[in-house]
Design a binder for this molecule. Structure first.
Ligand SMILES: [Zn+2]
Ligand SMILES: [Zn+2]
Length: 421
């Protein structure tokens, strides 16, 4: 099992991870990608190789790096935290508003070129008022304006629940991050291919949870929900297992639509007319799931697709939110508050005010109209001298050299390895 140990920090990564989940070290080279179509194989090399040696140290370190370092230092202990945005090209943590990854130069939260939609995100998790530990995990990743978002709600008690949801986050990251996992071609994948990738990610997450249980029997019985959304242009593709939820709030007409169906026993009882929704909300088995990761050999995900337009907002959340808030109340806050960071905070605050019986996690992805061009000419990059720069923000702070340059210079500079290009 322990065959993908990070040489830099010692973290035991999932086999499929290309970059260390903890520190961002590159873990493996040139492994073939299973299941990718031949037309994609030729496009896997990084499209823009950024390795600038002579950057200008006068420009200093962007304040965002220091902000991340400060935020990281407090996250571990916090009863509530907001999560970072991870780069799908290299796994580095960025602030949720970052346009460019400082380590690899990939664009992150930029407007989509076809629809002029810019996604604005927030991922936040609270331990709640009753529990002593947080078994939820949230994740947000981006590249080139595409966003991948995750809520996973672990179960199985204390450390086990945390482990199941963390493994799921690692598995999703491992399946989407790095050129070897197709991060260069996310724009070109068909919707069916995206659906397959999401399904595969949850399949691998399930495998990771089961492997852990087999390895260490003290984790017996752990499991997790997983709701993942892939947002590209005007489309949302959701893969889902369990009773976390995805909602879309329409910015124009104001309606709130629950995208996912809960895989809980009470939901089946409601659907078959045996109990009312009110009875379901106080039913003793309300948190018992009939489908979750870690429970069966191959947990099948449900898939959904939705259109997205400017003003619309996608909300992913764990049941710690929905046991205290009705869909209409979520919609009301989303429409009244414009900033996603404030939306996620208000949703969590309200659930906590009403008792906060469980861990509460919220990921908000809002689409805003932005017809400005992608600011590639303002790329800021770190001088990557070897393939294993430490990702910890403190180390980034010490070792980074920054500079700005023109994209045209890069694109027009002769490619020494490939004179025909
Ligand atoms: Zn590491
Ligand atoms: Zn990056």
């Amino acid at each position: 099992m322990a065959d993908n140990v990070c040489p830099h920090c010692g973290h035991v990564n999932l086999k499929r991870a290309v970059y260390c989940f903890e520190c961002g070290t590159a873990l493996e080279q040139n492994k073939p990608i299973k299941g990718m179509k031949p037309r994609h194989q030729t496009e896997l090399d990084d499209t823009i190789e950024i390795n600038i040696k002579d950057t200008d140290p006068q420009l200093g370190v962007p304040p965002s790096i220091q902000e991340i370092a400060d935020a990281r230092a407090t996250k571990e202990l916090a009863a509530q935290y907001h999560d970072f945005l991870k780069c799908l090209r290299c796994g580095t943590e960025n602030l949720p508003t970052s346009e460019v990854c400082p380590r690899c130069g990939a664009t992150l939260m930029v407007p989509d070129e076809h629809y002029g939609l810019r996604l604005v995100v927030s991922a936040r998790s609270s331990v709640g008022q009753v529990r002593s530990n947080n078994e939820d995990n949230v994740g947000i990743w981006a590249r080139g304006g595409i966003v991948l978002a995750l809520v996973a709600d672990g179960m199985g008690g204390a450390a086990a629940g945390e482990e199941a949801s963390r493994l799921t986050k690692e598995a999703v990251q491992a399946d989407f991050t790095g050129a070897l996992r197709g991060s260069e071609i996310l724009q070109e994948l068909t919707e069916e291919e995206v659906q397959q990738k999401l399904r595969d990610a949850l399949y691998h997450a399930n495998e990771a949870v089961l492997d852990k249980i087999n390895e260490d029997k003290s984790f017996q019985g752990m499991g997790t929900t997983a709701t993942i959304a892939f947002v590209r242009g005007n489309r949302i593709i959701v893969a889902h297992i369990g009773d976390s939820r995805a909602y879309i709030v329409d910015g124009e007409h104001g309606w709130t639509h629950q995208i996912t169906d809960d895989h809980s026993f009470v939901e089946v009882l409601v659907a078959s007319g045996h109990i009312t929704r009110e009875q379901a909300s106080i039913h003793p088995m309300r948190s018992v799931l009939y489908r979750a990761l870690g429970q069966v050999d191959a947990a099948e995900a449900d898939l959904y697709t939705q259109y997205l337009k400017a003003g619309d907002c996608l909300v992913l959340c764990s049941d710690g939110l929905t046991r205290h808030l009705e869909a209409e109340e979520i919609g009301e806050i989303v429409r009244r508050v414009s900033d996603p960071e404030m939306i996620s905070q208000e949703l969590i605050d309200l659930a906590n005010m009403r008792g906060g019986e469980d861990n509460i996690s919220v990921v908000v992805v809002k689409a805003v109209q932005d017809d400005s061009t992608i600011p590639l000419e303002k790329l800021i990059v770190i001088n990557i001298e070897d393939e294993r720069p430490p990702k910890s923000s403190d180390n980034l702070f010490q070792t980074a050299q920054f500079g700005t340059f023109d994209l045209d210079d890069i694109l027009n500079s002769p490619d020494e390895d490939n004179p025909e290009a």
